[in-house]
Ligand binder design. Sequence first.
Ligand SMILES: Nc1ncnc2c1ncn2[C@@H]1O[C@H](COP(=O)(O)OP(=O)(O)OP(=O)(O)O)[C@@H](O)[C@H]1O
Length: 257
Amino acid sequence: MLLEINNLSKSFGGLQALNGVTFDVRMGVVQALIGPNGAGKTTCFNLISGILPPSSGSIRLDGRELSYLPPHRIARLGLARTFQNIQLFSGLSVLENVLVGQHLHLHGNLLATLLNLPAVRRQERRSADFARELLDFVGLADKEHWAADSLAYGDQRRLEIARAMALNPRLLLLDEPAAGMNPRETEDLMALIDNIQQRHITVLLIEHDMNLVMNISSRIVVFDQGRVIAQGPPKAIRQNPQVIEAYLGREEEDGDV
Ligand SMILES: Nc1ncnc2c1ncn2[C@@H]1O[C@H](COP(=O)(O)OP(=O)(O)OP(=O)(O)O)[C@@H](O)[C@H]1O
């Protein structure tokens, strides 16, 4: 197993956002976390990526315990993520945003950088080459000089993915990658996620677009009110009475899902 989540809980004051969550992610798959608003999906991502400490439970990447490690250490172990609310550096160019993503992995020391040593220049060239390759991969090669905030919304989401991939992750967490995308952009996103999987990067995504989820995931984990209520392949999930109940129950309340 690449990722093992065991009995994971998180409370915010009196609110139990996650309550004994257990699931695995196998190497090489595309897997989805779904569930009604407030079910705890983003909290789960925040715990896995080290942004928040868990209240209890364990998170293992390749057998190594991640809980309580800071985010940059977790990133170095091979985990990268995107955010539900896009978090790009708006003052920087598209290419610079990807280079910033890579920075965590650059090992040049400050003195070597100040002296502009050939090794440093070589490393910088390699970084720029890799960043351009990633921009090409996500379909933004012709926009490297654009300011990140001048990109269309769908392009900003793709840039966030390129930046996360600059960390060379083994596991990529995508938080609602299709949010705000039109059907055409969502189609392109599905193809992109497929290509990411071809590069042997495992993908765990939170998504409300059921068409996307059912199409690209080999396994789905369903959250409701901080608990896992079902997990399995798309076909079984679609027919699971508890899942239908969780969604239909919400629909009757606010007609939203
Ligand atoms: N930092 C925080 N402080 C206090 N409460 C929080 C915090 N983060 C999340 N919560 C609460 O925890 C619960 C789970 O939220 P979370 O964002 O994880 O749900 P979600 O399944 O990702 O929902 P959505 O699909 O709407 O993004 C919610 O009740 C939310 O208000």
